[in-house]
Design a protein around this ligand. Structure first.
Ligand SMILES: *Cc1c(COP(=O)(O)O)cnc(C)c1O
Length: 374
């Protein structure tokens, strides 16, 4: 089965991990510090905190921004459930705002209409690697005195008005799951603009521990002494995985070139297929496409999905509207809330896209689709 996404691991990655395994550190140590510095080269210099996975990154982002009970987080339903569930975990209420029908990214007007006096954060999602509308979203967030979070699980390596993802929001979160643009097996990071929020994120990652002598409430207890002033979790990334991440970052430019080539090939080879809509790219955006989201018209999405699978092509659907999950339904969220998102979901199909996808395999995907939609 051709997967819709998969990692690319070469001998340089394997050697990097082997070196880390032979070193003095297994968990968070010098490789993590170096990985965070290397990552910042991709975020326009925005400081990064490596964490255990992309879900932990979102949880850390919201916690560091002070999201808690009584607060509201406005986000898109066309995302992996973690964008919303981590806000719920902090006691906040998630308000889903509808999406732009072309890109499936959070519609700035819908987000603005969803704001209340209790809104603390707007969380945009760079769907399929295409950055959201950061100019408009920044204006809305600044105007209302809120924080803007970018869930960039799909979009490291993408640019918006020639600025890199990671520099576009107050806090940007990344995932390094194997299907994503680069991998550490499990891993993630937050990129944080504000110095105080950065300290809060670092603390939340490590149990909320405070060790700096001048920050302690009780001084002169002894060299061993540390305090938990606010609760955190263990969201550390191991050095073994950070070493893989550093090696993958060295390959990220090549990954982008390959993904860009494959996306352009799909654009060209699928342009004349009736009943198929191709992804829209805004002029101001230079995306690192994470998957290739097509729209299957005429109510045939399920048929196309099943026939591709039968042909050994692992197409995927991204995403089930987050509030359709029973955990949200049980909180009173109802289908129909975000009609544009639901219409997008009804047609969406993600075609295989990853650096090691051969042109010949891509041709097979194209031929199968042509055959089904003939
Ligand atoms: C993958 C993903 C996450 C979660 O990342 P994990 O590393 O799997 O925890 C969050 N948001 C989006 C949009 C994702 O695709």
């Amino acid at each position: 089965m051709l997967p819709y996404g998969r990692q690319s691991i070469d001998s340089s990655d394997i050697e990097a991990v082997a070196r880390a395994l032979r070193s003095d550190w297994l968990t968070t140590g010098p490789e993590v510090t170096a990985f965070e510095a290397d990552l910042a080269a991709w975020t326009g210099g925005t400081a990064c905190v490596a964490v255990a996975n992309g879900t932990a990154a979102l949880h850390t982002a919201y916690a560091a921004l002070g999201v808690g009970r009584g607060d509201q987080v406005v986000t898109s339903p066309i995302t992996f459930v973690a964008t919303a569930s981590t806000a719920v975990a902090l006691g906040a209420t998630v308000v889903f705002a509808d999406v732009d029908p072309a890109t499936a990214n959070l519609d700035p007007e819908a987000a603005a209409s969803a704001l209340t006096a209790r809104t603390k954060v707007i969380a945009a999602v760079d769907y399929a690697g295409h950055p959201a509308e950061y100019d408009e979203l920044t204006k809305i967030a600044e105007g209302a005195g809120l924080s803007l979070v970018a869930d960039a699980a799909h979009s490291i390596g993408s640019r918006y008005r020639d600025r890199p993802v990671g520099s576009l929001a107050d806090v940007t979160t990344f995932s390094f799951f194997p299907t994503k643009n680069l991998t550490t097996a499990e891993g993630g990071a937050v990129a944080v603009r504000d110095a105080g929020v950065l300290i809060a994120a670092r603390r939340f990652r490590t149990h909320g521990l405070v060790r700096e002598n001048d920050q302690l409430r009780a001084r002169d207890e002894g060299g061993w002494y540390h305090e938990v002033q606010e609760f955190g979790l263990n969201y550390r990334l191991p050095d073994v995985l950070a070493a893989l991440g550093r090696s993958q970052l060295r390959r990220l430019g090549a990954f982008k070139a390959r993904r860009t080539h494959l996306a352009a090939r799909y654009d060209e080879l699928l342009a004349d297929v009736a009943g198929l809509g191709l992804p829209v790219r805004r002029d101001r955006v230079d995306p690192m496409w994470h998957f290739y989201p097509v729209r299957v018209r005429d109510g045939r999405r399920r048929e196309v999905y099943e026939r591709l699978r039968a042909a050994g092509i692992g197409a995927q659907v991204n995403f089930i509207p987050a509030y359709w999950h029973p955990a949200f339904a049980d909180l009173g969220y109802r289908r129909g809330m975000c009609p544009v998102a639901e219409a997008f979901y009804a047609e969406e199909l993600s075609l295989p896209l990853y650096p090691d996808l051969a042109d010949a395999d891509q041709d097979r995907v194209v031929e199968a689709l042509r055959e089904i939609l003939r």
